[in-house]
Write a protein that binds this ligand. Structure first.
Ligand SMILES: Nc1ncnc2c1ncn2[C@@H]1O[C@H](COP(=O)(O)OP(=O)(O)OP(=O)(O)O)[C@@H](O)[C@H]1O
Ligand SMILES: [Mg+2]
Length: 315
């Protein structure tokens, strides 16, 4: 079985608990898109840039820059996005500078946090609907979104503004942004988790929030870094017994027994999250990579391409 259709929506938002592998999954999916001949843009959101370096390229900073053939990256910061938005609305740099680089306005922007979120999201969604020579500028935009609570805050900004802001340009922007974000033909969220108790709890809560609070189309669940189950229950019992043998057998048997235990605990969490979240699931393997670099991300992309780890695909 081929696994979930990963790249069928133009806008793919990758989120999940901190540290679960959002940037790695975003980078792997970008590679996969490039392998399939797509023009891919990866947007990080005001982050310590990870994706371009993971692909073996220099960080792009706040401008869209080519990272590798087929993949461009950008780190969307509130300052740069605000500047672009201001220039778009006000049209002239001198007016922009007079208005936006004024100390009072800068203070205002800092204390109205949803405004920075709105302009960052605006920058991303602007790229998502940009056209060049009559066709979309990007075939695929992958957002390496912030972790759980911050992602919800970011994604619900247009909706929240629509509830509060009166008619005017800000409201019109919030409207088209929300329409694009909530359009299932256009947008999907990839929810990433690890096969561990706390990340799974957080994924279940996040999924509920994405559904109820944001209303955004959820595309699929990625369970990342799942250890391969190598041993049957009988083999694990035998390994435990062999653990008391003299070296080198005893030490090897104990290490193998531990690996078996970890794989079993992880499999339980995979089953738990599958049962709790009603989405197509992609299980990605825990990779024994000495360095977490382009080569590791290529292997992760291979696994995505094959519909997940071979030993974990749905029957
Ligand atoms: N499938 C995997 N197999 C082995 N190690 C992995 C895997 N996925 C991620 N890692 C490890 O986890 C680390 C964190 O991954 P990554 O930076 O992608 O997470 P993140 O969710 O983006 O984190 P942050 O919250 O800091 O943005 C990586 O540097 C890598 O060492
Ligand atoms: Mg990251």
């Amino acid at each position: 079985m081929a696994g979930p259709p990963l790249l069928d929506r133009r806008l793919l938002i990758v989120t999940g608990k901190g540290g679960v592998g959002r940037s790695s999954v975003a980078a792997a999916l970008a590679l996969l898109g490039a392998r399939r001949g797509l023009r891919v843009l990866v947007c990080e959101v005001n982050a310590q840039e990870r994706v371009a370096p993971l692909l073996g390229a220099a960080p792009s900073g706040p401008e869209v820059r080519p990272a590798i053939p087929g993949v461009w990256t950008v780190d969307v910061t509130p300052e740069a996005a605000m500047r672009e938005y201001g220039l778009m609305v006000l049209r002239y740099r001198t007016i922009y500078e007079a208005v936006f680089e004024n100390r009072v306005v800068r203070y205002f922007l800092r204390v109205v946090p949803s405004l920075s979120e709105l302009v960052m999201l605006g920058k991303i969604l602007h790229e998502a609907r940009a056209e060049e020579r009559g066709r979309p500028r990007w075939d695929l935009i992958i957002v390496d979104a912030p972790a759980t609570g911050h992602a919800v805050q970011l994604l619900r900004t247009p909706g929240a503004l629509l509830d509060t802001v009166p008619a005017g340009p800000l409201r019109r922007d919030a409207q088209w942004m929300r329409d694009l974000l909530l359009d299932p033909a256009h947008t999907a969220v990839a929810l990433v988790t690890l096969p561990e108790e706390m990340p799974v709890n957080e994924a279940i809560e996040l999924d509920e929030q994405l559904r109820v609070v944001v209303g955004i189309p959820r595309g699929y669940l990625v369970v990342n870094a799942v250890p391969e189950p190598r041993f049957t229950a009988a083999e694990r019992t035998a390994l435990e017994a062999a653990g008391t043998e003299p070296p080198p057998l005893g030490a090897a048997a104990r290490a193998a027994a531990l690996q078996g235990l970890r794989a079993e605990l992880a499999a339980r969490q995979v089953a738990r999250v599958r049962a709790a979240i009603d989405l197509p699931v992609l299980v990605l393997p825990l990779l024994a990579a000495a360095r977490w670099d382009r080569a590791a991300v290529e292997r992760l992309a291979d696994a995505c391409d094959q519909g997940g780890a071979p030993w974990a695909r749905s029957p």
